[in-house]
Design a protein around this ligand. Structure first.
Ligand SMILES: O=C(O)CCC(=O)C(=O)O
Length: 257
């Protein structure tokens, strides 16, 4: 199975709205393979050290279990991932959305465990990142489960990719998520079935509700940007938590409250 090329209408939709749904990026059999690997990460069978942290440390109720599990750079621990269908197909689509110079910048897993009920606050990814000159960037958010309103599917604010970056607040606890003012009234929710995904621009406002269901909400995310900008980031010591993942910071001071 290969990724079907995007239509002009899909590319136009992405450019206008800042997000795009791509159905069935991976097959049901491939979903099973990725789930098995993902569960090895969650169960700690693959030791990722400080690359694992609680993105919801500030927002959830639990001190004992992770409110939102975030694991940075899974492909650093399992390099075969880089040549498996998801990475290859998502890269091909990112090139159609933002240009042939697109490369993977980083990958990450974000899981919301059963009944953790912890939102991912509204934010724009650009606020987390170094202020690079070329703002082209897209993230693929692949769902391995049914992502529903109740399990914490993604919400996007259409057109926010074409507007300013809002002011973002530091999390009160070190390592928590960044947030800005936005609401569901501005947004659209995107429920997904396993194997389907969304792409969103680095400036697109997004958020997800907490998981109030009895199942996991496993998302596998890959971020892409121009090769020159990845080089620029690394030259400035910015590697999206390859070294120290729990140390989330607002990089773009210009957007700080
Ligand atoms: O999975 C989530 O709830 C949030 C994901 C996210 O913020 C992202 O992929 O940029």
């Amino acid at each position: 199975m290969k990724a079907t090329p995007l239509t002009e209408q899909q590319i136009e939709f992405y450019n206008t709205n800042g997000y795009l749904v791509v159905e069935d990026l991976i097959s049901p059999e491939e979903v099973q393979q990725y789930k098995a690997l993902y569960d090895d990460f969650l169960a700690g069978k693959i030791n990722v050290g400080t690359n694992r942290s609680d993105l919801g440390a500030d927002l959830g109720n639990s001190e004992k279990v992770e409110n939102i599990t975030q694991i940075m750079w899974p492909s650093d621990f399992i390099p075969e991932l880089l040549v498996m269908p998801y990475h290859l197909r998502a890269l091909a689509i990112s090139k159609q959305l933002m240009g042939e110079d697109s490369e993977m910048d980083f990958d990450m897993l974000i899981n919301k465990s059963p009944f953790t009920n912890t939102i991912t606050p509204w934010h724009q990814d650009e606020a987390y990142w170094l202020n690079v000159p070329d703002k082209r960037a897209t993230s693929c958010w692949l769902s391995l489960d049914y992502a529903t309103l109740d399990s914490g599917c993604m919400w996007f604010v259409p057109g926010s990719n074409l507007r300013e970056v809002r002011q973002h607040a530091f999390a009160a606890k070190k390592g928590g998520a960044l947030s800005c003012n936005a609401s569901e009234d501005e947004g659209v929710s995107v429920e997904l079935k396993p194997g389907s995904c969304t792409f969103h621009h680095g400036r697109t406002l997004h958020y997800s509700r907490g998981n109030s269901t009895g199942g996991n909400r496993r998302a596998f995310i890959i971020n892409f940007r121009p090769a020159d900008m990845i080089r620029y980031e690394r030259e400035h010591g910015f590697d999206h938590g390859k070294q120290n993942a729990g140390n989330r910071q607002l990089q773009n001071d210009e957007f700080a409250k």
